[in-house]
Ligand binder design. Sequence first.
Ligand SMILES: *[C@@H]1O[C@H](CO)[C@@H](O)[C@H](O)[C@H]1NC(C)=O
Ligand SMILES: *[C@@H]1O[C@H](CO)[C@@H](O)[C@H](O)[C@H]1NC(C)=O
Ligand SMILES: *[C@@H]1O[C@H](CO)[C@@H](O)[C@H](O)[C@H]1NC(C)=O
Length: 334
Amino acid sequence: MAYLLPLSLALLVGTSFGLSDKCYTLSIEGGGTHGAYEAGVLWSFANYIPAEERQWDIITGISAGALNSRMCAQFNYGDEINMANAAINAWESLVEMSMIAAKWKQGSYYSMFFKPSLYNTEPMLDFLNGVCGTTINRNITLGVTDYETGEFAEYNQTIGVELFTVASKASASIPLVFAPTQLEGHWYGDGGVSINLNADKGVSFCRELGYSDSNIVVDLIRDMNGQDRPVSMPMNNSKEVIDRANQISDYYNRRWFLFDFAHSFPNVDTRYVAEPSQQLPPPNGPPLDFTLGVMPWEVELGKADGQKLVVNGMKGWEHLNLKKLSDIPTTHYF
Ligand SMILES: *[C@@H]1O[C@H](CO)[C@@H](O)[C@H](O)[C@H]1NC(C)=O
Ligand SMILES: *[C@@H]1O[C@H](CO)[C@@H](O)[C@H](O)[C@H]1NC(C)=O
Ligand SMILES: *[C@@H]1O[C@H](CO)[C@@H](O)[C@H](O)[C@H]1NC(C)=O
């Protein structure tokens, strides 16, 4: 029997936390129902990255990314394929908005002045309790915005199963549409109000465990549209100037935290950075599209985009049309 013991220990070691010479982090962006796209990318990361290189030591997320991260929390290190399947099933099960948010019966005009949001998001907590399981097996950090102090705040799994689910709902409380969420005496709104991707937390977590930056591997899943760099063109009238201004400001709003991350952590191994290769619906308005068939389509696009990155070995920032670090504007946030 004696020889069985080292073998079983070896098996345990293969699926447990932080025993590799590298620290792996995954960070997932906010973006409403584009969480479905992210689940598709996650599936390809889980299926195509070698098992020992995708047992992320920490997963961080904002809003839709926080919902995905919260769902991931129930799966052990090494169980990433089941984790991705569960995330896909959760998004694909959302066949109508009323499953997470219902219009207040008094209507939109009344809600604007006498309710905290256009929709009542109580159903969202029931939905999340149904898909998040009853155990926590991984390190996860979610970001929220404290509406009272105006500060960004983070929660991790140490808060406990039930409150952690509330924290994920808080992170996804898209202003105006969804109600702010109360947690530990604070009123929280969407983490994306302050920053839409908390990848820096993954790095600080690994640093605290003693890893040097060159041994920290960072994967990012983005889900926002508008990723193209504005191309050069002349303006002819005021309408074109305002459209142009919106286009440029949109581009930087959706990327400034990536620029900061790239400049703040130039020595970490930024491995896969997934972004939608096509415009995700709807073309205008908040990213909440429950039209039948849209979420499965986003899942498939996410799978295809994620597979392309891993199988073709497209690492780092290059394929984001940003070329070199010196091409990325710096904003010195961290
Ligand atoms: C989270 O990380 C710590 C190290 O900071 C580790 O000791 C712990 O086991 C991890 N927790 C889970 C649930 O994996
Ligand atoms: C997790 O949250 C607790 C409580 O807020 C905090 O003390 C701890 O530093 C956090 N851990 C990490 C790794 O962020
Ligand atoms: C301004 O006019 C030029 C020449 O007609 C055109 O090529 C360009 O696209 C216009 N600019 C914008 C912002 O539409």
